[in-house]
Design a protein. Structure first.
Lengths: 164, 583
């Protein structure tokens, strides 16, 4: 666990965010983070992006550009989900001038799980819980200085049982 | 007895336990008896693991199928029978071959007898401690100490806490310990004289919000993560690593407030802190990850000298040396059921381990005089149950064992009982790696059935599943066993089946391993058709009779039925050193 144990974080968690996301503020970050805020330059809800079925189309609809892997993004996710219904995922980055962060669950029926606009001067750190239908790669996208970067991790969802 | 002793002495040559290149080789001296371990270094760590509450000596047949695929092909621990014996230079007719492998197990079980037992372990441990002086030795237990017998299950492990205290266990970590729930776990730990260490168990966010009990509320760590002991003039740190997938492998209801995981990053920070601020000279990870997971972890986390491993029940005679960015970590696994005691002798200097020697000693019960105090404790603890659990249910007409990747006669017996008593087309039984072995001709008592089934969620169930759902379950469980990434394996074996045969290709990816699903009547399993399934150990709460009652009823009324008719045919394992064809 990272720094998500503060009372504020926990109280917010209980409020449960709309749709797929429950939002947890990390540290002092003030997140304008709800589906009502678009990651693109205007502040409209990115309806089209959330409708896309696969990762490529969702990224294209949201950002309209390619992404490259970056080791400056730290994606925390479990190797095996303890409960596929609420998988804790957190992202922090040392990339400069971050304007948005988004999460893709490639194998979900709708690939885009959450998109956050990061206002200027805000610490780029987001933690939330994703609902995962099955084992999938989870992609964290970070828009920084007008470019798009990513970190990917596979999270396994299993029926479980049969431990040694 | 005299004959037996001569057998042991004749065959227990020193060649069997030669150390790998990294370690200095053990001196071959035939005059040295098996348990006279040559003194070395300034700190002795004794390690036992996965005893599964077997207080009395047992038979336990090691697997003849323990397949490694991909990078793990032919690498320890994925070696069986002749491949194992050749790799470690063990003579096929030796006591070591009997202890470490399944090679001609039935033949040699008569010659070398039962193994382990806490009274025998106590004698051996006391000797090995006394040999170096008690202040130069530590006794560590890797977990799965409190579960595996009817008695331990009925007492929620309290019997094993008493035994652990008498044995003098300095620290332990856990796995099945968690399946008695938080209240029972904490009650046991209040009595336990050693430390319970787990760096990878944290409060969930909800539990933290509700001020649930934690060892360190700041980090959310539920238990103490590590301890530092001064031994032989050196500061030795021991970190506990509990089984990372407790809420995945067992019903979530036992640990609702806790979240687990491998927690590499937190582990690295812990190691760095111990080496930095705490200035320790050596770092030991007492792990219940399983050997494949430990081997991967050793290459990624730096600063650990030795990982003393368990969970996967692999009896590996020599440590595997794994290189990482800052040095080398030795990885061990010390078998199960009290069959083995590991002796790690360290020569620890200022801030570093200069040299190490490791021996995995087989615990031959007939060579060790049982400790009277421990024997008295065992007899006293077991007394209330002896009459009820000594009921003879049937006589075994064959070797009954469980361990193996796919199937074994014990699970054939359980599945046949489920299928028959619950009137189902197909029976499922979990691929546990514990469960002792019965020799042909032995009586099967209720206590023996409990030793295969005693868990805190034993309820049987009957449900209807489609052919497609059944295949998905098999694929899912098989992936937990053979996923190319060890971090995505949970360490159990394949679910056992009766009433359904199949073909399995372990090296394939999920969704493509299982094929040719065939019912007992010879017909193919149809994806869209519904079938009646019986099983036990469900992840969701069930209300059927405990499985041991179902099995006992079946044995009393029908007896041991003919060998299982369902088969697993393997593809792509020809020549795999982890596979020995049935002899």
């Amino acid at each position: 666990m990272t720094a998500s144990f503060g009372p504020l974080a926990n109280r917010r968690l209980l409020l449960k965010g709309a749709g797929l996301v429950a939002l947890i503020g990390l540290g002092n970050a003030v997140l304008h983070a709800a589906p009502a805020f678009a990651a693109t330059n205007d502040n409209k809800y990115p309806e089209d992006a959330f409708r896309q079925k696969n990762a490529t189309d969702a990224i294209k609809a949201l950002y309209g550009r390619d992404h490259e892997a970056s080791d400056k993004i730290k994606l925390d996710a479990p190797e095996i989900a303890e409960n596929g219904g609420v998988v804790p995922i957190a992202v922090t980055t040392t990339l400069p001038d971050v304007t948005s962060i988004a999460f893709i669950v490639a194998e979900n029926p709708n690939a885009l799980a959450a998109s956050y606009k990061i206002p200027e001067g805000t610490v780029p750190a987001v933690a939330n819980r994703l609902k995962m239908a099955k084992t999938s790669s989870v992609i964290a996208l970070v828009e920084s200085g007008g470019k798009l970067y990513s970190a990917t991790k596979e999270v396994k969802v299993t029926v479980g049982g049969c431990g040694g | 007895m005299t004959m037996r002793r001569r057998d042991f002495l004749r065959v227990s040559g020193a060649a069997a336990l030669a150390a790998p290149a990294l370690l200095r080789s053990v001196r071959a001296a035939e005059t040295v008896s098996l348990y006279d371990v040559e003194k070395f270094g300034n700190a002795r760590i004794l390690h036992m693991t996965d005893t599964h509450a077997q207080l009395k000596p047992v038979y336990f047949r090691e697997p003849s199928v323990n397949i490694g695929i991909g990078e793990m092909w032919g690498r320890p621990p994925h070696l069986v029978e002749r491949a194992f014996l050749e790799r470690y230079g063990i003579r096929p007719d030796s006591a070591e071959a009997y202890a470490f492998t399944s090679f001609e197990f039935e033949k040699y079980s008569g010659r070398f007898g039962r193994m382990g037992g806490f009274a025998h372990l106590k004698t051996l441990i006391d000797k090995l401690r006394a040999d170096v002086g008690d202040r130069r030795a530590l006794l560590l237990d890797g977990g799965d100490l409190w579960q595996g017998s009817g008695l331990a299950n009925a007492m929620h492990g309290a019997d094993m806490v008493s035994a652990a205290n008498l044995l003098g266990i300095d620290a332990m970590t856990g796995h099945w310990e968690f399946t008695y729930g938080e209240e029972a776990l904490r009650a046991n730990l209040a009595r336990f004289k050693g430390e319970f260490l787990a760096q990878n168990v944290f409060l969930t966010e909800e539990a933290a919000f509700n001020d649930a009990k934690a060892f360190d509320p700041g980090s959310g760590r539920v238990f103490k993560a590590s301890m530092i002991k001064e031994i032989g003039g050196a500061r030795i740190a021991v970190i506990g690593q509990a089984f990372p997938y407790v809420p995945v492998a067992h019903p979530r209801r036992f640990t609702p407030d806790w979240t687990f995981g491998i927690r590499e990053e937190e582990l690295q920070k812990l190691v760095d802190g111990l080496r930095g601020a705490d200035k320790v000279d050596a770092v030991i990870l007492l792990s219940h990850n399983g050997m494949d997971v430990d081997l991967k972890l050793a290459g990624r986390v730096t600063g650990i000298d030795v990982i003393l491993g368990g969970h996967t029940h692999d009896a590996v005679p020599q440590p595997v040396a794994v290189s990482n960015a800052k040095g080398t970590t030795l990885v061990t696994n010390a078998g199960s059921n009290g069959k083995f005691l590991a002796v790690l002798d360290l020569d620890v200097g200022k801030g570093r381990v200069a040299d190490a020697r490791y021996r995995l000693l087989p615990v031959y019960s007939e060579l060790l005089k049982p400790d009277p105090a421990m024997q008295a404790l065992i007899d006293q603890t077991q007394q209330p149950q002896v009459a009820a659990w000594s009921e003879k249910l049937a006589t075994s007409d064959r070797l009954l064992y469980r361990r193996g990747n796919f199937e074994g006669p014990t699970d054939d017996m359980i599945c046949e009982a489920l299928r028959s008593q619950l009137d189902a087309e197909i029976a499922l039984s979990p691929g546990f790696r514990w469960g002792t072995t019965l020799i042909a001709g032995q009586s099967i008592m209720l206590e023996d059935v409990l030793a295969q089934t005693a868990i805190s969620y034993p309820e049987t169930y009957v449900q209807r599943l489609t052919g497609a759902q059944i295949k998905d379950v098999l694929e899912d469980v098989c992936d937990n066993l053979f996923n190319a990434d060890p971090y995505l394996q949970q360490g159990g074996d394949m679910v056992r089946l009766e009433g359904l045969s199949y073909r399995c290709a372990p090296a394939e990816a999920i969704g493509r391993r299982i094929s040719d699903l065939t019912l007992a009547n010879g017909r193919a399993l149809e994806p869209g058709k519904t079938y009646k399934i019986a099983g036990w150990a469900s992840m969701t709460a069930q209300d059927g009779k405990p499985v041991w009652e179902v099995v006992a009823t079946h044995l009393r009324s029908v007896g041991l039925t003919s060998a299982g008719t369902s088969t697993v045919t393997l593809s792509g394992v020809d020549g795999n050193p982890g596979f020995a064809a049935p002899s």
